[in-house]
Design a protein. Structure first.
Ligand code: GRF
Length: 192
């Protein structure tokens, strides 16, 4: 059973998708050992509590490393986590940190491209296709090895909100598929 710590900063819809898929058995071989939020009072923490999962608020790198180790974390999943991880965390969990980004990386990603700004840029560029990407986190911003991507159509008349909602649905599907893929790779390597 791979221990997953999920890092959040907001509503936690991606967290909820992972919780649900574990409960239905669609995400096998994993358990969420804790949810760590960068901010107090976010709905993601309520989702954790409802699911009986330990929730913590952690604001500095030293505490984050301590809390990740305290629960024997083997995979770190960034689910709407809005802080950039310090190199010390990347090094401690090399190729063990996954993120979901709401565009087809390498387009519309990197510094300043998050949330609605991503979708507005896609629309402003006249794109007819966008999507979501699950990737490993390295020292760059949205630059780690891609694990899984899926396209999402941009409809005529889309706003950043309508496109965000459509992409978010795909995020919820591919994030757990990406996590499952990484878990299967870890199990194959025997490296827990
Ligand atoms: C999502 O749009 C995701 O692309 C980004 O954070 C946003 C909020 O996610 N990483 P959530 O609803 O808090 O999971």
């Amino acid at each position: 059973m791979v221990n997953i710590s999920v890092l959040v900063s907001g509503g936690g819809t991606n967290l909820q998708a992972i919780i649900d898929k574990i409960q239905t058995g669609d995400l096998a071989g994993a358990q969420i050992v804790q949810v760590i939020s960068s901010r107090e009072g976010v709905f993601a923490l309520e989702r954790a509590e409802k699911a009986g999962i330990k929730g913590k608020v952690v604001k500095d790198t030293e505490s984050l490393l301590a809390e990740l180790a305290a629960e024997n974390t083997e995979l770190v999943v960034l689910a709407g986590y809005m802080k950039v991880l310090e190199p010390a965390v990347i090094q401690a969990y090399r190729q063990r940190i996954l993120n979901i980004h709401p565009s087809l990386i390498p387009k519309y990603c990197g510094k300043g491209f998050y949330g609605k700004r991503v979708h507005q840029a896609v629309i402003d560029a006249g794109e007819t296709v966008s999507g979501a990407t699950v990737h490993f986190v390295d020292e760059g911003v949205d630059t780690g090895e891609i694990i899984l991507q899926r396209q999402v159509p941009v409809e005529p008349g889309d706003t950043a909100d309508t496109l965000a909602a459509r992409v978010l649905e795909t995020e919820h599907v591919i994030f757990t598929e990406g996590i499952q893929k990484v878990i299967q790779q870890l199990e194959k390597k025997g490296g827990k």
